[in-house]
Ligand binder design. Sequence first.
Ligand SMILES: Nc1ncnc2c1ncn2[C@@H]1O[C@H](COP(=O)(O)OP(=O)(O)OP(=O)(O)O)[C@@H](O)[C@H]1O
Ligand SMILES: [Mg+2]
Length: 250
Amino acid sequence: MKQNTPQILCISSGKGGVGKTTFAVNLACALSDRKKKVLLIDGDLGLANVDVLLGLNIRHTIRETIEEDRDPSSILVEITPGFSVLPASSGVPEMASLSYEEQAFLTNALDGITGMFDYVLVDSAAGIGESVLWFNNWAQQNIVIVSPDPTSMTDAYALIKVLNTRQQKTTFHLLINNVKSKKEGKEVFDNMSAVLSTFLKINPLYLGALPQDANVIKSLRAQKPYFLQTPDTKASRAIREVAEKMIQNS
Ligand SMILES: Nc1ncnc2c1ncn2[C@@H]1O[C@H](COP(=O)(O)OP(=O)(O)OP(=O)(O)O)[C@@H](O)[C@H]1O
Ligand SMILES: [Mg+2]
């Protein structure tokens, strides 16, 4: 089997409900539409969401990989050719309950499958708990989603500060979600950038802004990615641009 050196990106936000899962699922669709092979890992080990957004009926999860020594490639779910999901389970204790041995096993297991893909996206949990830190450390690139809501901005700042001080991460890509205009997206980015550069000496990179779009919520109810359901809606056009930018930058 062909082995790639994949780009591994962790998507987080600090504050919950900012749009991580929706972004991760649709970005995966947009990248695979550009003929990239994409693995989406549901990194919310306690309250999985990726399966819900995709309307999947999950039988095996990351937990079995760890507990039953299962090969993770055997539990991958193919959504479209070139887009696969590694599902997590809902209602089980969080990463904090994993021993060092189990964490090492997980690293090995994940490293064993990522070579089949061009992009590996991790949809992480809300907050700054153990799993969020673990997946951000494992990933090479860190995407932080922020909305124009001030609490989202302060929580994103707190997350970046923790990743910077505990893991020496210095490069962050900011994605602004739920904006009313491109101008608003750039303003939120400029505000975050000013604060990060003043207090942490970090200059974040601008990944783009996604508009507030009623089709996003409709697609959630239909349990189908908006990129597939309404490919010409403004959110789909914006996510196509983000995917293009990522491909150009790689
Ligand atoms: N660009 C957008 N336009 C309109 N609604 C959006 C947009 N992005 C996300 N939403 C809506 O916001 C809600 C939260 O989205 P989502 O579940 O992706 O957030 P999350 O950050 O993954 O949440 P959690 O922290 O609970 O995992 C959903 O109802 C989703 O449809
Ligand atoms: Mg989520």
